[in-house]
Design a protein around this ligand. Structure first.
Ligand SMILES: CCCCCCCCCC(=O)SCCNC(=O)CCNC(=O)[C@H](O)C(C)(C)COP(=O)(O)OP(=O)(O)OC[C@H]1O[C@@H](n2cnc3c(N)ncnc32)[C@H](O)[C@@H]1OP(=O)(O)O
Length: 222
């Protein structure tokens, strides 16, 4: 039982599987601004107390008009990947619309995970009411989603990309909205294609949720 690390150069290039790759640096700043404003729109619509039918109808028409204008351009191919440079000089691929970490997904927080000094990955994210479950708290499914992303990224960077076969989440304390969530994960051991990974979310240094996972590395045809 050893932790087998694999250099980034041996990771499969998504283009070999017919998946387009976008360089993160090539995503237009204006698209990033649009993504941020649409996220703010989601949060605002979810929380508005506006009841004037005329105001609401006008807003819906304005959103429809913008949607139609953007829909005039072709949609991205499903499975489009983004290549990101990491601070340690390594790089990673992720799906560009990933619901947790996707650069162009307005519904994503987004969570950015980078290699941690002591091994594994870490990231920080603050969630608004878009992710609310119980009053003032992060939805349990979203806690699992954050942890799934963290264990998946830790496994991918330490070995090679895989799919989550098993994810067990222990919800120890409520995870609050509007507080920085510190997310960490690291590989414990590998057995053939199975990668055993642990992850956790901390708020003010206290663990609110932790996960154990088995990732199964995808087989890359020779
Ligand atoms: C930088 C990029 C970072 C990306 C991060 C992304 C994070 C997000 C990750 C996800 O959300 S993935 C989406 C959710 N997961 C899935 O949809 C996976 C669905 N399941 C499958 O596709 C297959 O079941 C799976 C690929 C997991 C395994 O099928 P395989 O046919 O490839 O594996 P196989 O059955 O040959 O088993 C290989 C080993 O894994 C073990 N295994 C398979 N499924 C298991 C399971 N469910 N639990 C425990 N072990 C399992 C199996 O016993 C065996 O162990 P041994 O080597 O000891 O014989």
């Amino acid at each position: 039982m050893t932790v087998n690390t694999q250099p980034a150069t041996e990771r499969p290039d998504p283009r070999a599987f017919g998946l387009p790759v976008v360089e993160q640096a090539d995503i237009p700043a204006e698209l990033r601004t649009l993504v941020g404003r649409v996220h703010a729109l989601i949060d605002t619509v979810a929380n508005t107390t506006e009841t004037d039918p005329a105001v609401l109808a006008e807003a819906a028409a304005a959103v429809e008009e913008v949607t139609d204008r953007l829909a005039a351009a072709p949609r991205r191919q499903i499975g489009t990947m983004v290549r990101r440079d990491l601070p340690d000089g390594d790089s990673e691929y992720g799906t560009i619309t990933n619901i947790v970490a996707g650069d162009t997904n307005p519904a994503a927080p987004p969570l950015s995970l980078v290699p941690a000094a002591g091994g594994g990955v870490h990231g920080e994210v603050t969630l608004d009411t878009v992710y609310q479950g119980p009053p003032g708290l992060v939805h349990g499914g979203w806690i699992a989603a954050l942890l799934d992303q963290a264990v998946g990224t830790a496994s991918s960077l330490a070995t090679s990309p895989g799919l989550t076969a098993r994810l067990e989440v222990n919800y120890r304390r409520p995870t609050p909205l509007f507080n920085p969530l510190e997310i960490t994960a690291e590989v414990e051991r590998t057995e053939r294609r199975k990668v055993y990974v642990n992850g956790r979310i901390r708020v003010n240094g206290e663990v609110t949720a932790e996960a154990t996972a088995i990732m199964v590395r995808v087989e890359v045809p020779e």
